[in-house]
Write a protein that binds this ligand. Structure first.
Ligand code: PMP
Length: 398
């Protein structure tokens, strides 16, 4: 008899994207499919210096088990980092460190979602969140977005109708949407959280990767402007996209009751996030290298994003629609089908791989009512010349 897996897995499929990734081994392929930062941009020397400093200054702390809530010096550094981004009134005890922000999402699922609970997510949203929340039995409701992020009037109607357990948003340079919620809509979200006493999860791994002007302050930072709203916001942050995903260092800020429950669940999950990684990240933040690192990666991603925007307009013309992202790693686009060209992104992905270029079709990013004409393209790991070449190949696949 085959192994009998837990019934909670019944509603979760392996990701369609992973299946596509199997095809990426083809030699010479140009991939816009990844969701990774560029490893060539990692500050290896800075991280090496931070490792050395961690082992020299705090070998016990860096190599021993640590507190489940997180390594104290790192919590202090993260609180300072968040203050630098406009957050007021934040103490290190108001956050826990997590094994990537992915673990924060999992802990939110574990602590908040019972089978059958309604959860509102953006349509489209981060695929791993869809899968993770479904694992806990969430009944996902999809809130529509436009170029300015979630449409708050529609969100309010959905909150009224479904009374969700939580609302999950990626308000800044969303994955996959690339969209950024306006300041006005952020304030509206805070009003909604307070009015309907609904937990709003702000997932913000990309907010530091802006290309020109900084985006509006995070929803969490703006909570100071809406008295009584802060306790309804959980904010997830990450070192992955700005420093290194291999460190697996993220964090969650939330009200004390939720943090306590999440910490309890984390005890059974990994006891603590790698103290070695946490001590390294703490040293890195303390060293003052982060502003330079951010400056450098922002510039390079900005050039790549611009190259992709120009090439898409020139090579694909009216066959594709997109809004140029102002930060992050992604373009979210829609095939128009103009002039009888392909309008199904799954079909387009197959043809594109034959021409030697890959991207991810958008449908799996929707919890409900998938739009099969959408696709996600990442420029992050491809140099500008290869971006040109890759987009030319896309045009051949239309
Ligand atoms: N949230 C979003 C929106 C993401 O895109 C990612 C990474 N792809 C994560 C969370 C998880 O990142 P990490 O666990 O590396 O912090």
């Amino acid at each position: 008899m085959p192994l009998q897996f837990a019934s909670r897995l019944d509603n979760v499929e392996t990701s369609a994207i992973r299946e596509l990734f199997k095809l990426l081994g083809k030699p010479g392929i140009i991939s816009f499919a990844g969701g990774f930062p560029d490893s060539a941009l990692f500050d290896v020397a800075g991280i090496q210096a931070s490792v050395d400093a961690a082992l020299k200054e705090e070998p016990g702390g860096a190599l021993q088990y640590g507190a489940t809530e997180g390594y104290e010096p790192l919590r202090t550094q993260i609180a300072a980092f968040m203050r630098g981004k406009g957050v007021t009134g934040l103490e290190p005890t108001n956050l826990i460190t997590t094994t990537g922000s992915q673990q924060a999402l999992d802990l939110l699922g574990k602590t908040m979602i019972s089978p059958g609970d309604k959860v509102i997510v953006e349509g489209p949203t981060f695929l791993a969140t869809i899968q993770c929340f479904r694992l806990y039995g969430a009944d996902l409701v999809s809130a529509p977005i436009d170029a300015q992020g979630v449409q708050t009037d529609k969100l309010e109607a959905l909150i009224r109708e479904h009374r969700p357990k939580l609302v999950y948003l990626i308000p800044t340079f969303g994955n996959p949407s690339g969209a950024t919620l306006t300041r006005e809509r952020r304030l509206k979200v805070l009003e909604l959280a307070k009015q309907y006493e609904t937990l709003v999860v702000e997932d913000d791994p990309y907010g530091d990767l802006f290309f020109g002007e900084a985006p509006p302050p995070s929803i969490f930072a703006l909570s100071r402007e809406v008295p009584g709203s802060r306790e309804w916001i959980a904010h997830c942050g990450s070192m992955s996209k700005v420093l290194s995903p291999g460190l697996r260092v993220g964090w969650m800020i939330a009200e004390p009751g939720l943090l306590a429950k999440a910490t309890m669940c984390k005890q059974f999950s990994d006891a603590c996030t790698s103290t070695f990684s946490q001590a390294t990240a703490a040293q890195y933040l303390k060293s003052g290298r982060m502003p330079d690192t951010l400056h450098r990666v922002r510039q390079i991603y900005a050039e790549r994003a611009q190259a992709m925007a120009h090439a898409l307009r020139r090579e694909l013309g009216d066959a594709i629609e997109f809004t140029e992202p102002k930060g992050g790693l992604f373009f979210w686009a829609r095939l128009t089908g103009a002039g009888g060209k392909v309008s199904d992104a799954g079909e387009f992905a197959k043809r594109a791989i034959e021409k030697g270029v890959a991207f991810v079709p958008g449908a799996p990013f929707f919890a409900k009512d998938a739009d099969a004409s959408t696709l996600r393209l990442s420029f992050a790991t491809v140099g500008t010349q290869k971006i040109e070449e890759g987009v030319q190949r896309l045009a051949q696949a239309l």
